[in-house]
Each structure stands twice: as C-alpha cells, then as structure tokens.
Design a protein around this ligand. Structure first.
Ligand code: TIU
Length: 223
C-alpha cells in the first residue's frame, strides 16, 4: 500500500496496481490561443502553467506502471452529440462549437484544437477517452475500462478544476472511486475558482476525496 502523507484532509492510501492517473482535457482548445477556453473569455495562462507539473506526474506514473488515461472534450463534426443548450450558450459567448477558429473548428473531434498539447502527448497504448460532456463518465466507456482493470483509486489532473475535473470527480466519487486531486497539476482560468474547487473536495472530512501537491504524490509512488 502506498501513502501520500501530506494530502488533505488526511493521508491518501492506494495500491499502485489499482490506481489510474487521469489527465483531463489538456487540449489546445483549453491551453492554446484562439481555442474554446480563450474564446469563452478566459485567460488561458493558468492552464498552460500546469503543463510541466503534469509532465512530471506522467513520467513518474509511467515509471511506476500506473494505468494512464487521457480525456478530451469535444463533439462529432455534425454536432449530433452536442446538446442544443450547450451549443446555444457557446454561440452567445462568441465561442460557437463547430465554428471555424485558428486551430480548425472549435471543440470538434479531429481538429487541431481538439488535440492534446504536444508536451503531454499520450504514449503508445494509453487510452484516450473522448467525451461530449464535462464529466469523463457520461456517454463514455471509462467506467467499463476501470472496472475491467479493477481500478479503485483515481489521481486527477488537468483542466479546469471547477468544471471538467470536478464533474469527473463527482461522477467518480458516486461510483465508489477514491480520488486524489493534484493541486498544482490542475488549473482553472480564474485562480479563485481553482481554490474554491479544491476547498470543496476536502471539506466535510473529504466529501469528494483528497488533494495534495504533485510532488507529494510522486514521492509516494517512489517509496
Ligand atoms: N475541460 C473543461 O473544463 N471544459 C470547460 O468548458 N471548462 C471551462 O472552464 N469552461
């Protein structure tokens, strides 16, 4: 059993063979200029800043043989998997899903904006879960994938802490997974949203799970 001593609200224990690292939506659409995130009116700098921390966690996780799963938010080219409500709001905000942008059509599968940033490119064999929503469980094979591999613990990284990371965390928590959110390997466009989201994880004795630094998690993997 491995143990993250410095996690909050108390030490997080896990078995490496039953843990998976989730890298959530580290796509050009959220991390690069002209993508969905920036066009929604956000500063994408916080999303870019966590790339090195995630790269460090990825390296340690791969070395330890943890299952690594990447997710991407996006829609089919014909928008048939995009709820009208989501589409309407994106258009009102000037970030119309499917509209042309500097990296191809916004938030559409197969376009450059939809790609994971080069620094965090998935390694051969690492599953990529394409999701139409904020949560990684809704309308995807993620749960089957995790059950097949008898995964019980999830380590969450990526963007944005209060939207796709939190939705995935809540979906996972209700399914019985024990979740650790890495504080410096997740980001929101507004740091206040990031801090609030982390607070919500660990309040009430860890109502949704645990949080720790990525260094504390990496230390736990190596000992
Ligand atoms: N991946 C993800 O968080 N999608 C979002 O739309 N996030 C926002 O904060 N808008």
């Amino acid at each position: 059993m491995k143990r993250v001593n410095a996690s909050l609200p108390y030490p997080f224990e896990y078995e490496a063979g039953r843990a998976a690292l989730l890298v959530i939506d580290m796509q050009n659409d959220f991390c690069a200029p002209g993508g969905f995130g920036e066009r929604l009116g956000n500063d994408i700098a916080p999303a870019r800043r966590i790339i090195p921390a995630i790269a460090g966690v990825l390296e340690a996780a791969r070395e330890a043989g943890l299952l690594v799963i990447h997710t991407r938010e996006g829609h089919l080219p014909d928008l048939s998997d995009c709820p009208p409500a989501k589409l309407e709001r994106s258009r009102k905000q000037g970030a119309g899903i499917g509209d042309p942008g500097p990296m191809g059509r916004i938030l559409i599968r197969g376009e450059r904006g939809h790609d994971i940033v080069a620094e965090l490119a998935p390694a051969e064999g690492e599953p990529i879960v394409d999701k139409p929503g904020k949560g990684a469980f809704y309308a995807t094979d993620l749960e089957r994938m995790l059950r097949e591999r008898e995964i019980e613990h999830l380590i969450l990284t990526g963007v944005t802490t209060h939207v796709c990371v939190h939705t995935t965390l809540r979906e996972a928590n209700d399914r019985g997974y024990r979740c650790l959110v890495l504080e410096d390997a997740t980001a929101a466009f507004d740091p206040a949203d990031h801090e609030a989201a982390l607070h919500m994880v660990r309040q009430q004795g860890g109502i949704f799970g645990w949080t720790s630094s990525s260094a504390a998690f990496i230390r736990s993997l190596r000992f």
